[in-house]
Design a protein around this ligand. Structure first.
Ligand SMILES: Cc1ncc(COP(=O)(O)O)c(C=O)c1O
Length: 412
């Protein structure tokens, strides 16, 4: 099967060389630089094939068996397969696979459980809360009254004592747990206990760890949260998209919150691609992958600490590492640019004391490429070499090319 069927079939190249060039350029960029963005991965050719399939043509408002459009008998089967695979993978009574993105999933969770003006307790944005956790620039901050908890400035982990005291003080309608920058497992049982104490719903935004959950390498929030929101494109390695998991008592509210409340027609090609990804994630090979992602992240974190970076929480339990590069003489924002020029692609992120000058790295993509602990040590040395000026940009680019050349994401 071709990696990018449209390009390999030469159809796009013949009809629209300008766009073909752009697609191939991006494929080359992904194949010749190091993808260390914690939210990214390489979907399989099978996932890409489903995304590029004629299911993209089909309009399908509603749910299987109850659509507003005709001709849905085949796509209904695709959505049922996706739902059943998601339920089995995560042990959930109900799954909604229509959310167009992680943000859409969070919006739908709020729509299912809250009214505008309700109080919500979530991780503050300066400490790793997502935009949908109360940013004033986002619907969440405008429509709900968010109270933010933080992380312990010393340890970098969620300040659970503060979660409890703020919950008692503000009596929120919902508590959100989940982060864009937390490298450690979240204590879902403790969040459940606090939510029960104050009569709040618990929403787990597991956008980041859900792929590790699928592979048995991180705790599953499903038994604890009223609704779990997730993305399908991070460690889970599916198409860009979202999903919601919940118990059967909330199934109808969740489904109606997605369609018709916050979305229109389901994207059937993406739903089919999610089904493919869930199928892949149920295999022993994916379990091994998820554990290797964490093993690689631990080695990378240790390597970075050895090079002088301050590693938040002292390490990681997941695919994600956050570091302060200041001891190497540069802050996160400047470091990101320097590293990108050298072909090392990663993000800035918040640090425990609340400024956004950290660096966030993830091992999902490099592990999909087949890299192991040995390569992680090389990457740590490269990152430090560039920032300390030991390795100039041109040499670093050559070294990156040499490294990724041995691990093509899409060998063809
Ligand atoms: C915790 C969390 N929630 C929500 C999202 C939003 O996902 P999307 O970008 O698909 O809207 C992200 C994305 O990175 C995230 O990390």
């Amino acid at each position: 099967m071709s990696v990018v069927p449209v390009i390999e079939a030469d159809v796009l190249r013949r009809q629209d060389p300008e766009l073909a060039e752009i697609l191939l350029g991006e494929l080359a960029r992904q194949s010749t630089t190091l993808q260390l963005i914690a939210a990214e991965n390489f979907s399989s050719p099978a996932v890409l094939a489903a995304l590029g399939s004629p299911l993209a043509n089909k309009y399908a408002e509603g749910y299987p068996g109850a659509r507003h459009h005709g001709g849905c008998e085949i796509v209904d089967v695709a959505e049922r397969v996706a739902v059943e695979r998601a339920k089995a993978l995560f042990g959930a009574e109900h799954a909604n696979v229509q959310a167009h993105s992680g943000s859409s999933a969070v919006l739908a969770a709020y729509a299912a459980l809250l009214r505008p003006g309700d109080t919500v307790l979530a991780l503050g944005l300066p400490y790793g809360g997502h935009l949908t956790h109360g940013s004033p620039a986002n619907f969440s901050g405008r429509w709900f009254d968010f109270v933010g908890y933080g992380v312990d400035a010393e340890t970098g982990t969620v300040d659970y004592a503060q979660v409890r005291s703020l919950a008692r003080l503000h009596r929120p309608k919902a508590i959100v747990c989940g982060s864009i920058a937390c490298p450690r497992h979240i204590d879902y049982a403790l969040f459940r206990e606090v939510a029960d104490e104050v009569g709040a719903y618990l929403i787990a935004d597991a956008a980041h760890p859900i792929g590790l959950v699928a592979g048995g390498a991180a705790p599953n929030p499903v038994p604890y949260a009223d609704i779990v929101c997730a993305t399908t494109h991070k460690v889970l390695r599916g198409p860009r998209g979202g999903m919601l998991l919940c118990g059967s008592e909330l199934a109808e509210r969740v489904d109606r919150a997605v369609f018709p409340f916050t979305q229109g027609g389901a994207q059937m090609h993406t739903i089919a691609a999610k089904a493919v990804a869930f199928g892949e994630a149920a295999t022993p090979a994916f379990t091994a992958y998820a554990h290797q992602v964490v093993a690689n992240a631990r080695v990378l974190a240790a390597g970075l600490a050895g090079e002088g970076f301050v590693v938040t929480t002292g390490g990681t339990d997941t695919h994600l590492i956050t570091v302060d590069p200041l001891p190497l003489g540069v802050d996160g924002r400047a470091a990101r640019g320097q590293l990108a020029a050298a072909g090392l692609v990663l993000d800035c992120c918040p640090l425990p004391h609340g400024d956004s000058r950290g660096l966030r790295l993830g091992t999902a993509a490099v592990t999909t490429q087949g890299m192991g602990e040995g390569e992680m040590a090389t990457i740590a040395a490269l990152l430090a070499g560039v920032l300390r000026g030991r390795v100039d940009t041109r040499r670093a680019r050559d070294e990156v090319r040499g490294l990724v050349g041995g691990f093509p994401p899409y060998p063809s």
